[in-house]
Design a binder for this molecule. Sequence first.
Ligand code: CA
Length: 224
Amino acid sequence: MKLLLIEDDPMIGESVEVGLRQAGFTVDWVRDGRAAELALETGHYGLALLDLGLPRKDGMTVLKGLRQRQDSLPVIVITARDAVADRVAGLDAGADDYLVKPFDLDELLARVRALSRRQAGRTENILRVGALSLNPTTREVSLAGQPVHLSSRELSLLQALMHKPGAVLSRFELEEQLYGWDEEISSNAIEVHLHNLRRKLGPEIIRNVRGVGYKVVAPDALHP
Ligand code: CA
C-alpha cells in the first residue's frame, strides 16, 4: 500500500518514512500543506498521515479540503497539539484516527493496518485468498500451510493484489503501489516481480486479465 506522509519536521518525517518502508509500505513524503494538496489531488494513496502544524497551508485546512472534495481517503492526524479540543476538531473535520507526538512507531503501524483493514471491509488482519495467506504484520506468506519466502517487492505486489480479492489492478496501479516518487523503476519491473511470484506460488495464481491488468485467483479454485 502506498501512503502519503505529510510532515514538515525532518527528524520525525525521516523516522516515520524509514519505519513505514521497513514495514513494507511505499511512501511519498511532502513537507508543506500546498504540496500535500497537490499530491492528494493527483496521486493514488491508500492512506495519509497528516501533521496539523504545516507551512504554507495548515493541516486542518488540507483535511477539510479533502473531505469537501468527497474524498474518503483514510487520514490519521499526527500532531503535537494534545489538547482535547484539537483532537475533537480533527476528528470532526474528517480524520479517521489521531496520534499525539511523540508516538511509538509500532503503534502508528498498528493503526495504519487497522484503518486499511477497515477500508477494505475486512475484520481480521491476515489477508486470505483460498489457501494463500499473507500476514501484513509479520510479512509472512503461506500457501496451503507451507511458508513461501518472498522478496520485499514481491510481497508488496502480492499484498496489493490480495488487498481487495477479485479486484483487477493495472500495471500502472501496481507500479504506483510499489514505488515512491524518488525511486527508479525499470519499464518491466512489475513483470519481473510477477514472474518471480508465479515461480514461487505456481503459474496460475496471478491471472492476467487481457488489456486490463492482474488479479489473484484462489489456489483451491484451480485444483479442486
Ligand atoms: Ca509540524
